[in-house]
Design a protein around this ligand. Structure first.
Ligand code: SAM
Ligand code: SF4
Length: 329
């Protein structure tokens, strides 16, 4: 098992398949100038499957989420999903994507064994989309969402980050739109994980503000906390339910005490937290012929050292060197 000194067990593995992306969301990446991982640094498809296999069969991981960068840019994605779906015990398999290209591949992903997707969409306005992502691909995301629903990659979840003065007025519209389409919406507080280190606490749209804005149009009642488990989103029933909306308030209401995650970067480093400043190299062990037991031992040791909390609001807080796009969000 992947335990830490605070008694938490990591059962949810996030695997970053690439650090590259076809968007340039302002809260995530600069327009240009980011150094990408080199080809030889990236794990191969076989190496990824081997590490996921060790996590599932030796270390108690029950859920695997593929992310990035943009995971749909990984040519071997369908084969990786299919191989992970063969593992015993079979893990839950999901994907976090910006949705571009999902229309083309959703049915193949479902057939390969993918269970669900989260698609990131911050706005209903194509012009605002262009401002936020620096690309004119709004319709591609809408098409991707519809294809995911049609392929049965459900429930389709939608992630939205609100930026002050850009799309923060859209919170109620986004919720109304998701309710109409049957998508589950979760707002994510902007975190200090952008590659350009431009995050400013005073500019961040807080969970409190998001709820206030939603409250102008909807009656929100908290879902019982027992239903939350280790999920990072706090959820509210909308107009009495059964539909709900989530808020992931990593900055103002951190949920580290219940964290059950472990992370593998596209270059084979284990991170015990998004905000960890250190990581453990599994790629070298893998390429030097390490056995499953040796690699599992390295992974266990990496998780054992997990800190109690991310400490974003702590004056001593240091932003990790790797941006979110290179860790896997
Ligand atoms: N490219 C895919 C996507 O956008 O869904 C997967 C990777 S992305 C890093 C994963 C999630 O992290 C997205 O929902 C994105 O909105 C979110 N994200 C990126 N940078 C963020 C930041 N600085 N604060 C909060 N969420 C962020
Ligand atoms: Fe790409 Fe996702 Fe980062 Fe946007 S949030 S730039 S889609 S990795």
């Amino acid at each position: 098992m992947l335990l830490d000194t605070f008694g938490r067990q990591a059962v949810d593995l996030r695997v970053s398949l690439t650090d590259r992306c076809n968007l340039r969301c302002t809260y995530c990446m600069p327009e240009e100038g980011l150094q990408w991982l080199g080809r030889s640094e990236l794990l191969t498809d076989e190496e990824i499957v081997r590490l996921v296999s060790i996590a599932v069969t030796d270390l108690g991981v029950t859920e695997v989420r593929f992310t990035g960068g943009e995971p749909l840019l990984r040519p071997g994605l369908v084969a990786i999903v299919a191989a992970c779906a063969e593992l015993a015990p079979r893990p839950e398999l999901s994907l976090t994507s910006n949705g571009i290209g999902l229309a083309r591949i959703a049915a193949a992903l479902k057939a390969a064994g993918l269970d669900r997707v989260n698609v990131s969409l911050d706005t209903l306005d194509p012009e605002v989309f262009r401002t936020l992502t620096r690309r004119s691909r709004h319709q591609d995301v809408l098409d991707g969402l519809a294809a995911a629903e049609a392929a049965g990659l459900t429930p389709v979840k939608l992630n939205a980050v609100l930026m002050r003065g850009v799309n923060d007025h859209e919170a109620p519209d986004l919720l109304a739109w998701c309710l109409a389409h049957g998508y589950q919406l979760r707002f994510i507080e902007q975190m200090p994980l952008d590659a350009q280190h431009g995050w400013d606490r005073s500019q961040m749209v807080t969970a409190g503000e998001i709820l206030e804005r939603l409250g102008t149009r909807f009656a929100l009642t908290p879902e019982p906390s027992a239903a939350r488990g280790a999920a990072p989103a706090e959820r509210w029933l909308v107009d009495g339910g059964p539909a709900s909306v989530g808020v992931i308030a990593s900055v103002t209401r951190p949920f580290c005490r219940a964290c059950d995650r472990t992370r593998l970067t596209a270059d084979g480093q284990v991170r015990n937290c998004l905000f960890a400043t250190g990581e453990t190299d599994l790629r070298t062990a893998l390429r030097e012929g390490g056995s499953d037991a040796e690699i599992a031992a390295l992974w266990r040791a990496a998780m054992w050292g997990k800190k109690a909390g991310a400490g974003i609001d702590d004056p001593e807080f240091l932003q990790p060197e790797r941006p979110m796009s290179a860790i896997g969000g």
